[in-house]
Structures are given as structure tokens and as C-alpha cells.
Design a protein around this ligand. Structure first.
Ligand code: SF4
Ligand code: SF4
Length: 410
């Protein structure tokens, strides 16, 4: 695509990134077929190609309006378009640049600003979130059905083993996951313990920065990212092999640290190294599967449907890996139509775009539940909580199922 960027952006690092991405788009439109918002709304401006066009217009100095902002806000950042695109267009990096410019040119009203600020603080501050969740769980039985379903029931974690292995890896605790589903990281520690790996959890690191980043608070996100890099660096130098992430949303973010800090002379190298050491839990378990398989008693287990989060399949390009692990462990997997489509969770999207989000959730649940599974398994806390709010069956993290399959033979 021909571009002629305006003076305000063309010689900046963002301008150069955007120009290279814009030039790689050949306007073929293949991406329209797999874009969830285009499927629901049928408007070219709610498709990847339409949004790329809007960003190009903006970067070329044409007027930016609230309509431009609306079409960019409606994007889920699911990156399904990146998987489909034959030209390798890095859409999400272009969207970051576009959203940043539109934020400056079309200031939001105070209600919208306060909502976004409140979401960042609420979700990114574990003590605040934990206390609010506890209150919500206490009041849950008295609430109307819709509200009750949006507050997950209290979950207890089985114990974390005390481990002492030579092989050590870092684990990212996460900002909301320990409160919503504490058993996920506990199950991870138990399974990796059986594989001879000790997990190091730094209490000073909880949020990966994704919430700030996707709400356009880029400076706040970079501050968190640099803090995480500094905290992890000491452990990496002391021999930690990898950074294990149990939420695919956080994994996609940490794997992007290298890109986000590539122009920072102090952090570029460290950020690239951190990204290269980041692993989704499924990558670790797959690498250790020769040790894990003998620990799982061959058995016919329950029927499950697997929901592959966008941040796993499109963001990290991990496809079919968890399904294979579950199938090897004896679970029967039911077929899921349109598995490439987003469930509508998408970070804070379910709060900021509730109508579209609920439509996507209902479509996803219909596909997941069509094979009458006993359980839905997934790999990201956001998708898990969002799907659970409307599902007829339990929604769980896949490592909890593997953990039980291993524990059951003890
Ligand atoms: S983003 Fe990719 S698939 Fe979509 S129009 Fe551009 S080149 Fe085609
Ligand atoms: S990221 Fe998802 S919602 Fe956004 S344009 Fe691409 S496919 Fe559509």
C-alpha cells in the first residue's frame, strides 16, 4: 500500500513502524472472513482492512473523528487477522500506533476517562481487586442473576508443595488470577514439581502491563514492564531457565516486551532476552512430556471442549498443543466449530463493549457446548471467567485437569 505519512509522525520510531506495516498490506481482504467484529457488524470499517485504512488516513494527516475512535475501540485485538493474512501484516503493532494517535486527537469525555482509569487501577492493584471480589462473593447469593453470574464463586486452591530442585524457572503470578482462580498456579507448581522443576514466584511482580497497554496508558505499561524486567533479571542471572506463564494473555504481552522496548537504549537488549525466555505453560509441559506421560495412568476420562484463547493461537501461534496434551492424558475432546473466533473477553472489552462481547460469548458457548462436554478447558483467566458467566458446565484451566490426572494415580 502506498503511503505518504504526515510530518508529525513520519520521522518518529512509531511512524517508521507504522509505515513499514502499512506498506506490507496489499489490500486483498482475506482477513475480513475471520474478523469477529466484521462478522457481527458487516461494516468494512469494523474489519482489519477498514481499520488499516482509517489508521493510514490518520497518519497521513487527514481529520480524525469520534467515528474513527469508535471503529478502533470495537477491535478486540484478537489478532485473528494476523493469522489469516498472507502478507504477514503486523496488525496489532499498527493498531497500537493508531490508537495512541486517536487518543491524542479525539479526547474522551470525563466519564469515559474515569472508567478507563478506574479499570486500570482496579484490575492492576491486587489488594483492591481481592477485597472487592471477596465482598462481591459474600453478596453473590442476594444479587440478581445477571450480576451474580458475572462474579465467580470463591475457589480454594489445593496446597502448593514445598519444592527444592536444581532446575528453576520463574512464574508470573498475574494480577487477577490468584484471586479468581488460585488453584491454577498451585496446580502448575504441583505438576512441575513432579517433573523436577522448581518455580520461583517474585512477590514484587504481578501485572505484565497488558491492561495499561491495551487501554492506551503506554507510559504506565512501560513502567511496569521495566520493573518486571529488573526484578526477573537477577533471577535469570542466578540460573532461572525460563519465565513460565499460565495465562496466555500475559504470555503474549511478555513475548512482546522486546518489540515494545526496542528503541530504549537501556532496556532493548534485556527486554529481547526476557521475551525469548518467556514460555506459555504448554510449551514447558510439551518439552517435558517424556517425563510427564509415564506419570499419567492411561484411563478414559471425561469429555471436554477446549477453547483456544486468541492470545494463545493468534498472539503466540500455539495451535493444537494443549489439545494434544489433554488427549494424551486420556480426555475425550469434542469438536468445536469456528475455533479461531474470539470469545469476546479480550481484556477489558467485555466491560467497555458489553453488547458485542456478550454476542461473541454466546456464539462461542454454543460452539463449545454443542458436543455436550462435561467441562470446558481453556488457557487464559480472562476467557475462563467470561465463559463461566454464561456456561452450563464448569470452565477450568487445562493444567488443573492434567494435575488431577497425575494426582489420581498417587
Ligand atoms: S491485512 Fe493482510 S489479509 Fe488483510 S487486506 Fe491487508 S494484506 Fe490482505
Ligand atoms: S484484531 Fe480481531 S477484531 Fe481486530 S481487526 Fe483483527 S480480526 Fe478484527
Amino acid at each position: 500500500m502506498q503511503t505518504n505519512l504526515a510530518d508529525f509522525i513520519k520521522d518518529t520510531p512509531e511512524g517508521k513502524t507504522a509505515e513499514a506495516i502499512l506498506r506490507s498490506c496489499v489490500h486483498c481482504g482475506f482477513c475480513l472472513a475471520t474478523c469477529p467484529t466484521y462478522q457481527l457488524l458487516g461494516d468494512e470499517l469494523d474489519s482489519p482492512r477498514g481499520r488499516i485504512y482509517l489508521i493510514k488516513e490518520m497518519l497521513e494527516g487527514n481529520p480524525v473523528t469520534a467515528k474513527t475512535q469508535l471503529h478502533l475501540d470495537r477491535c478486540l485485538t484478537c489478532r485473528s487477522c494476523e493469522t489469516t493474512c498472507p502478507s504477514g501484516v503486523q496488525y496489532s503493532h499498527l493498531l497500537d500506533v493508531g490508537r495512541n494517535i486517536v487518543e491524542q486527537k479525539v479526547p474522551r469525555g470525563w466519564v469515559e476517562k474515569t472508567k478507563r482509569w478506574g479499570l486500570r487501577k482496579f484490575l492492576g492493584t491486587p489488594t483492591l481487586f481481592n477485597n472487592a471480589l471477596k465482598l462481591g462473593q459474600l453478596a453473590r447469593p442476594m444479587l440478581p442473576t445477571n450480576l451474580r453470574n458475572s462474579i465467580p464463586k470463591k475457589q480454594d486452591a489445593k496446597p502448593w508443595p514445598i519444592t527444592n530442585h536444581t532446575r528453576r524457572m520463574l512464574i508470573l503470578d498475574g494480577c487477577v488470577q490468584p484471586a479468581l482462580s488460585p488453584n491454577i498456579n498451585a496446580a502448575t507448581v504441583r505438576v512441575l514439581d513432579k517433573l523436577g522443576i522448581q518455580l520461583v514466584n517474585l512477590s514484587s511482580v504481578n501485572c505484565c502491563g497488558a491492561i495499561d497497554h491495551h487501554l492506551n496508558a503506554h507510559d504506565a505499561a512501560l513502567q511496569k514492564i521495566k520493573h518486571n524486567i529488573d526484578a526477573w533479571w537477577t533471577q535469570i542471572e542466578a540460573g532461572c531457565e525460563a519465565i513460565v506463564i499460565t495465562a496466555s494473555g500475559c504470555g503474549a504481552m511478555v513475548k512482546d516486551y522486546g518489540h515494545l522496548l526496542k528503541h530504549d537504549m537501556h532496556y532493548a537488549k534485556k527486554a529481547a532476552r526476557i521475551s525469548s525466555l518467556c514460555r506459555d505453560l504448554s510449551e514447558i509441559i510439551t518439552a517435558e512430556s517424556a517425563s510427564l506421560t509415564p506419570l499419567i495412568q492411561p484411563a478414559q476420562r471425561e469429555k471436554i471442549a477446549f477453547h483456544a484463547p486468541c492470545t494463545l493461537q493468534h498472539g503466540q501461534k500455539i495451535v493444537g498443543v494443549i489439545e494434544r496434551l489433554l488427549s494424551t492424558a486420556g480426555f475425550e475432546l469434542s469438536a468445536v466449530n469456528d475455533a479461531h473466533l474470539c470469545c469476546g473477553s479480550a481484556g477489558t472489552y467485555s466491560i467497555l463493549q458489553p453488547k458485542l462481547s456478550q454476542q461473541l460469548r454466546d456464539n462461542k458457548l454454543a460452539a463449545l457446548q454443542s458436543g455436550a462436554p462435561h467441562t470446558i478447558a481453556t488457557a487464559n483467566i480472562g476467557c475462563l471467567t467470561h465463559l463461566q458467566s454464561g456456561a452450563n458446565v464448569p470452565v477450568r484451566h487445562w493444567i488443573e485437569l492434567i494435575d488431577e490426572a497425575v494426582v489420581s494415580i498417587r
